[in-house]
Design a protein around this ligand. Structure first.
Ligand code: GCB
Length: 605
């Protein structure tokens, strides 16, 4: 049992680590607003007008200077003699949310700037604040409201909000967004990835109404050291010292108050004995927060996750992670996921497989994915796109990665289903990389001590013919992820089952990727690439190998469904798809699906 002073130190650490996260970011003017789903919102989803602008003519003049009268002004001709060389209203339309690549044939490979425009009315009362919320825009967004720039955001998979109180009119507001998905060497992710660079306003856009005095962030979880205590903090604004915040969990018969301190934060500690969240019983409680006139309800689960030696413990019980990796790509139609129905199809397949765990690769997925996984009893690994060879010695690259990490944690920190944050995937060894990644690990731990930190690493050494895990990052993470493609990128499938594994660390290891490609419906012999039989044999033999690893804590093979990738050029087989899915993009299961399903059915929890 923790002493009271230890608890207070914990809570203060949480809070001290987070103001940067939650304060209005000066440079970007963006904001982290917790639990958009619990708010009164107005959707701005639907058809938006667009202008495709590869030369960024709407932003720069011919001297490459930013223009004062860019496309964000949406200028209209006032006189028939006037020259204006763009017009949103006669240009094309695109659906928001949605990527542009799968909506328009000519934008299939497009990378660059597209301007988006919509108009909206908004009725705002004097006692309200209004935020503009974006689920995600890939990759850089410049946001203009009524001709004025109100914010910028970098990073294609995290959400952000902008306070627009005082900037809107009751009618015909003009919202223009410059979206640019050009890949850059110094960006996160970097210039090359094995997934499609879907551009656009890929997740929903909403107006979010709150009372003037409101709750804007909170973190409520079970005390990792004491299952009978719920701890947390609530941030409000404006920060009025001494005002009261109430936390109430009716089902537990608990209601407590706490006073706002001089930083606008109310700390909570509540003795309770909640039913714990687990894949077998994904119990969520209705938690109500109130502050002055503001009331916000969330569904929150309570659980602990910890490690000891090579085991992972959920609520103090050892748990084996029966997982599958998933990209945020829509079944049947492909492109980015845009509806909760698509989310349910993907996660439903994971459940059918017998999974209790999903690795949401390689970037933070949309919020519905995380919330639905939690409801369905799937533990979640969530990661940032520090993928392959990013510029580890570039300070701005690090800042970008850290910002994406902070935004990922900020949005999903109240989700009991999320049990692991991952800081990287398959990064090359080196001093700059080690410093970069350990700094991210330290940052993640300072923001959240209720979850495990991991990274997907590779095998760099063989010792006496055995796979030997000795990546120096292994010292700093709680769980070691290893991607290993025996039978696909090296060796024959039947060579895999005899491979032995060793580790320099007494820590749990998840084989975060293994697998091979198959074109659904292509049949042949087990040694013929791209046949379902070959892929099935890769699975059979890798599963035999897994059985020999005594520090194995789980696996999330690559991958649930075929997904688009710019790297996959074999026309009649791949046709721009990575074919390592257990299911085709049209939803048809391949043989390997059933092999993994059989394996999982033999493992109790
Ligand atoms: C990997 C990567 C993943 C790729 C996969 C593949 O190791 O982590 O993003 O898609 O291999 O299919 O090559």
């Amino acid at each position: 049992m923790p002493t009271f002073s230890k608890l207070i130190v914990c809570l203060l650490l949480f809070v001290l680590a987070t103001p940067v996260l939650n304060a209005q970011d000066q440079e970007q003017q963006t904001y982290i607003l917790q639990n958009i789903q619990g708010r009164h919102t107005q959707t701005l989803d639907g058809l938006w007008s667009i202008i495709v602008d590869p030369l960024e003519n709407g932003y720069y003049n011919y001297r490459w200077q930013p223009r004062g009268d860019g496309y964000f002004m949406d200028r209209q001709m006032e006189d028939p003699s006037e020259l204006i060389e763009y017009n949103f209203d006669t240009d094309e339309l695109l659906m928001v949310p949605g990527d542009w690549n799968t909506q328009s044939e000519k934008l299939y490979y497009y990378e660059g700037t597209v301007w988006y425009k919509t108009n909206f009315d908004a009725v705002l009362h004097e006692d309200q604040e209004l935020y503009l919320h974006f689920g995600a825009i890939n990759y850089e967004a410049k946001v203009y409201l009524n001709g004025e720039k109100i914010g910028e955001h970098v990073g294609g998979y995290t959400s952000f909000s902008i306070n627009v109180t005082g900037k809107i009119k009751p009618q015909e507001n003009l919202l223009v967004i410059k979206v640019d998905n050009k890949r850059k060497r110094e960006a996160i992710p970097t210039i090359n990835t094995d997934w499609w660079n879907y551009g656009g306003i890929t997740r929903s856009v909403k107006l979010v109404y709150t009372p003037k005095k409101h709750i804007y962030d909170y973190f409520i979880q079970l005390n990792p050291d004491d299952k009978n205590e719920i701890i947390g903090w609530v941030k409000v604004q404006p920060a009025n010292f001494g005002e009261e915040v109430t936390l109430s969990i009716q089902e537990l018969g608990s209601t407590i108050q706490s006073k706002v301190n001089d930083q606008g934060i109310a700390l909570f500690s509540l003795q309770a004995n909640p039913e714990l969240w687990s894949p077998k019983s994904p119990k969520l409680y209705e938690v109500m927060l109130s502050y002055e006139g503001d009331k916000l309800v969330d569904e929150i689960g309570f659980r602990t996750i910890s490690t000891k030696g090579s085991k992972i413990f959920l609520n103090g019980e050892p748990v084996f992670f029966k997982g599958i990796s998933i990209h945020e790509e829509a079944p049947f139609k492909t492109g980015r996921v845009t509806s909760v129905e698509e989310v349910r199809v993907l996660l439903g397949w994971a459940k059918e497989l017998g999974a209790n765990f999903v690795r949401l690769a390689h970037y933070p997925h949309n919020e519905e994915m995380v919330r639905e996984a939690e409801r369905m009893g799937l533990m979640v690994w969530s990661e940032i796109p520090v993928y392959w060879t990013v510029l580890f010695d570039n300070e701005a690259t690090y800042q970008n990665a850290e910002q994406q990490l902070e935004e990922m944690i900020a949005r999903d920190k109240n989700r009991a289903g999320v049990v692991m944050w991952s800081v990287a995937n398959e990064t090359p060894l080196g001093d700059a990389r080690l410093e970069f990644l350990t700094s991210l690990v330290v940052r993640a731990k300072s923001l959240d001590h209720t979850r495990l930190i991991t990274a997907a690493l590779e095998i760099h050494s063989r010792k006496k013919g055995e796979n030997f895990i000795d990546d120096p990052l292994g010292r700093y993470v709680d769980v070691i992820g290893i991607n290993s493609y025996c039978g696909w990128y090296g060796g024959t499938p039947d060579s895999c089952k005899d491979i032995k594994w060793e580790s320099a660390y007494d820590k749990p290891m998840i084989v975060s990727e293994f697998g091979g490609g198959a074109l659904q419906g292509l049949h042949g012999k087990e040694n013929e690439r791209w046949t379902e039989e070959y892929q099935a044999s890769v699975y059979r033999n890798n599963i035999e190998m897994l059985k020999n690893i005594d520090f194995l804590a789980g696996t999330s093979p690559w991958i649930l469904m075929d997904f688009r990738s710019h790297r996959r050029h074999l026309k009649r087989i791949q046709a721009d798809f990575n074919r390592k899915g257990l299911i085709s993009e049209q939803g048809v299961k391949k043989q390997a699906f059933h092999i993994l399903q059989d394996y999982y059915s033999t493992i109790e929890f």
